[in-house]
Design a protein around this ligand. Structure first.
Ligand code: AOF
Ligand code: ZN
Length: 367
């Protein structure tokens, strides 16, 4: 049986379901499974599962448990190749076989060397029909953090920039100006909630004194780790970031030595330190991203400022760009955006365009 339009619709639904736990499954990707079978001639979803918070159980056994006996002869839609390894749970591919599923429709292949291709092989060896790569690009876009960590051994980087109508991101004197509106602010908080790490430079931390938490109603517990690039440990222990470090993790990437007296002061707030190499007084970014990945975190969301954004762009370490362009211009002595809609690097393609009230949002991904 070939892949049908209905297959693609169920896969699209599975991809949406997987988003429920995005950013909440630890080092595991959030993936989803739908079990669909015909009942009285009509296809019905009889089981659904999404990787549990913390990463286990996996999606498949949860969906199969809901389907029960109805899984026999059904089709399973999985956003990622079912696992083939004995981890803390038995291999999902074998669980699908045991449940008597007749057909598996899958989106992305798992690059995990314990799984890659083996999950499909287990299914096929048991006589299950397997369709690979259905809506793979869509699923891979959501799984980008996990895939980047697995394939490149580094964290995935999203650069967000709020840009004025005339291509500026702020005033040079540091005085704060509103560039984008309320809807954009909510969207940014939602993006924070789906990330593992929010990253800013110490200049922005000192100047803006931000919280960098997710403050959407009901999503307060979804604030990711806040990471400040602070080569010489300039972050004040009285900053909001430091004062809230006991509630929401604060990591400081620094090249300072462990006996630096400012370290003790910041450590007392609950902040943690990432010992980093510095080149020309700047934190070495590729190694930092490797380090973040090694800690099991996959996605970094860069929120400022211009220098940090520029540094990641120059080193070709940005995977996704989210531009929020406001309707107002910033007059006077203002800082140029390191990238605008007119200067997106060639390696990127536009994947979304939307209006957030008066603002325009454009999203780009590495092709
Ligand atoms: C699945 N279904 O829902 C997820 C999968 O440490 P473990 O044993 O939980 O295994 C982690 C690996 O499982 C992870 O690297 C990825 O290959 C896979 N994730 N697989 O069958 C799921 N989340
Ligand atoms: Zn599994």
């Amino acid at each position: 049986m070939a892949v049908s339009a209905l297959d693609r619709r169920y896969m699209a639904a599975a991809i949406r379901l997987a988003r429920w736990h995005e950013g909440r499954t630890g080092s595991n990707p959030s993936v989803a499974t739908l079990i669909v079978r015909e009942i009285d001639g009509t296809p019905v979803i009889v089981g659904r599962g999404v990787t549990a918070i913390g990463g286990r159980p996996h999606a498949e056994p949860q969906a199969l448990a809901e389907a029960g006996k109805l899984a026999r002869g059904a089709t399973a839609y999985v956003t990622l190749e079912p696992c083939a390894h004995h981890g803390r749970t038995p291999p999902c591919a074998k669980t699908l076989v045991a449940a008597g599923v007749a057909r598996v429709v899958a989106a992305a292949t798992d690059p995990d060397e314990r799984v890659s291709g083996r999950g499909y092989a287990i299914l096929r060896a048991a006589g299950i029909v397997v369709e690979e790569g259905v809506l793979a690009r869509e699923a891979e876009s959501d799984l980008a953090g996990y895939l980047t960590r697995r394939i490149k051994n580094r964290a995935h980087v999203t650069l967000k920039l709020a840009i004025s109508k005339n291509g500026k991101i702020g005033r040079r004197d540091g005085q704060q100006v509103a560039i984008t509106g309320e809807i954009s602010r909510h969207q940014v908080h939602a993006l924070r909630a789906m990330s593992d790490v929010i990253l800013i430079g110490v200049g922005t931390a000192i100047n803006d004194d931000p919280d960098l938490t997710c403050r959407l109603p009901g999503l307060g517990d979804r604030s990711p780790v806040r990471l400040v690039l602070d080569t010489h440990l300039r972050l004040p222990s009285q900053s909001r970031l430091a004062m809230t470090a006991r509630n929401v993790p604060l990591w400081i990437a620094t090249a300072s030595t462990p006996d630096d007296p400012r370290r003790a002061e910041l450590a007392a707030t609950g902040a943690e330190f990432l010992a980093c190499d510095a080149h020309d007084g700047k934190i070495a970014l590729p190694e930092l991203l490797d380090d973040i990945a090694a800690r099991g975190l996959s996605t970094v969301f860069i929120e400022g400022g211009a220098e940090v954004a520029q540094a990641f762009l120059v080193e070709d370490l940005v995977d996704r760009i989210v531009l929020l362009t406001g309707e107002r211009a910033i007059e006077g002595d203002a800082v140029n955006a390191p990238v605008t809609r007119d200067t997106i690097p060639e390696a990127f393609r536009k994947v979304a365009s939307m209006r957030y009230g008066a603002d325009e949002m454009d999203e780009y991904e590495r092709a």
